[in-house]
Design a protein around this ligand. Structure first.
Ligand code: HEM
Length: 504
């Protein structure tokens, strides 16, 4: 058993700020996708890049810069192959390089990488520079950063703009309500089984180099202490003789998700015979929250670890225990799929035999809950931003499509294990046609509606009813199309400085 580390050892000055802050007051933002033009110049920039950290300050900053690299980028920078191999397979392979991965993630048909604007195998960026600023500051600051040294180092492949929709995603729902709370202090008993749902999650789920929810350290490159260039890297907590390139770093998944806002509200409008209140209610059931971000189920009577008491967190103090038949929040609703909010033993039997009974699927809810698995191994921190202009449901339904520049979400999430966290949620929960005992449907917002196997449809959405027959809506069109994406390593500040020295 590894000795539990003292988590107060997490030095926030070494962790990029995006892990801790959403930078919500920095409402202007853009993502620069760069190719390394000259490795030595790029390394020189890494030595001085003005990266904002997770350290608390008296005042939030006016601007913040974050930087991350694809595996191709680390290679182009000159990271030796044997060190690179210490990263996970999925990071090394990338988001779009494997047809099976694309299938698993639902990136097929109109969402297939071949048609992406960026991130397809021939179009993978090396570096992602994220810029956030208070209103009015972004453009000038971005110009200032493009010094001669920057221009010598990088070519701009794409600039992904973002827009401020006042905390709403383009369909019009409040976004960013539910986030896991990171256990910065090491208070969690990592590795122990957990009967109740907890929102407090081990630091190792979001930062490399710390214990994760299994009570283990996620794989990452460890280096010999004899390597002089690695001297300033922190030691690995589990193997103190080694230097840890991952510690205080993590992975970023960035995906450009284009939303057909008109298509979404027009479909709902047809389903509800243009009754605006019912249209909104149907949309809310698909999302699993009201448009204002309130839960559809009752507040939990028992406290939930990691959710502070007080009105600010009211909208997160719930589980689906209060709604076992899905009549308030349908089983297939987006938030219920994305975070089913159950513990290791979904039906919560405390004793060994009932636990076993439940694990084998013989509990009162049958196989349904077992398929979902416990949620604490599959959490992500969402840090995405919207792009395009907003459109209200009424505008989406009524006005002619004059302005139809694309709009959507630059979906961005942070996790220490891409396959167990982002990929699992996307594949086993959102895209799954068998989630929670359902059949013939996948996520009502994100599903690609492509028939699978021998023609099984995936375009339905079921709403259980308290009495009478459940409603099944069929023929959902595709509302979200993937337009780009990649996996990035978000290094710690010390790892970034190490990267600046690798070619010396
Ligand atoms: C265009 C695409 C998407 C839209 C419009 C969307 C919309 C929303 C909305 C409105 C919420 C509820 C508010 C909140 O808790 O923040 C939500 C929650 C969530 N979404 Fe999405 N989402 C999208 C894509 C994704 C993807 C790709 C994933 C993961 C792979 C994801 C994972 C989650 C998670 C984990 C939650 C929180 C669930 C909870 O803890 O209750 N979403 N999303």
């Amino acid at each position: 058993m590894p000795t539990p580390p003292n988590h107060s050892q997490i030095d926030p000055k070494d962790v990029q700020g995006l892990v801790r802050f959403g930078y919500k007051t920095l409402t202007e933002g853009c993502y620069l996708l760069l190719r390394i033009r000259n490795a030595a110049a790029a390394r020189a920039w890494c030595a001085v890049a003005p990266v904002a950290t997770s350290e608390f300050m008296d005042h939030p900053p006016d601007v913040a810069l974050q930087v991350a690299f694809t595996s191709a980028g680390l290679r182009a920078l000159g990271l030796p192959g044997d060190v690179l191999e210490g990263f996970s397979d999925e990071f090394l392979a990338g988001l779009a390089d494997d047809e099976n991965r694309s299938k698993r993630l639902g990136d097929v048909g109109a969402s297939a990488p071949e048609s992406w604007q960026w991130g397809s195998p021939a179009n993978i960026p090396d570096v992602l520079v994220m810029l956030f600023a208070v209103p009015g500051r972004l453009a000038g600051w971005r110009d200032m950063l493009q010094t001669d040294a920057w221009k010598a180092a990088f070519d701009l492949m794409h600039c992904l703009d973002t827009s401020d929709m006042g905390g709403h995603e383009p369909f019009g729902f409040v976004d960013g309500v539910s986030q896991p709370a990171i256990d910065w202090e090491g208070a969690r008993n990592s590795g122990a089984s957990q009967i109740q749902y907890s929102n407090l999650v081990s630091a190792g789920e979001f930062l490399l180099g710390y214990l994760n929810e299994y009570g283990k350290y996620t794989d990452r490159p460890l280096m010999d202490s004899s390597d002089a260039k690695a001297a300033e890297l922190l030691p690995a907590l589990d193997v103190p003789a080694k230097k840890d390139l991952g510690r205080n770093g993590t992975f970023v998944v960035l995906r450009t998700l284009e939303q057909d806002v008109r298509g979404f509200w027009r479909f709902l409008d047809r389903q509800t015979q243009s009754n605006a209140a019912e249209r909104q209610q149907l949309g809310q059931r698909m999302v699993g929250r009201t448009m204002d971000g309130d839960p559809l189920v009752q507040e939990s009577a028992a406290p939930i670890e990691g959710i502070p008491s007080g009105p600010q967190s009211d909208s997160n103090r719930f589980t689906f225990d209060q709604d076992p038949s899905g009549t308030r929040c349908p089983f297939g609703g987006h938030v219920r799929r994305a975070n089913p909010r159950n513990g290791d033993f979904p039906n919560k039997p405390g004793w060994l035999l009932p636990r076993l009974w439940s694990m084998l699927g013989f509990s009162s809810l049958g196989m349904r809950t077992d398929i979902m698995a416990s949620t604490r191994f599959h959490r992500i921190l969402r840090r995405g931003r919207e792009y395009g202009t907003p459109l209200t449901p009424a505008q989406a339904v009524e006005s002619a499509p004059a302005d139809d520049a694309p709009r959507g979400l630059q979906f961005l999430c942070i996790n220490a294990n891409i396959s167990r966290q982002f990929e699992f949620i996307q594949n086993a929960w959102l895209m799954s046609t068998k989630f929670d005992g359902l059949a013939g449907e996948s996520d009502p917002l994100l599903g690609n509606r492509t028939a699978i196997g021998d023609g099984l449809t995936t375009d339905a959405f079921t709403i259980p009813r308290e009495q009478g027959v459940r409603t099944c809506i069929e023929g959902l069109p595709q509302f979200v199309r993937v337009r780009g994406g990649a996996y990035f390593f978000l290094p710690s500040v010390s790892a970034l400085r190490y990267l600046s020295r690798i070619g010396d």
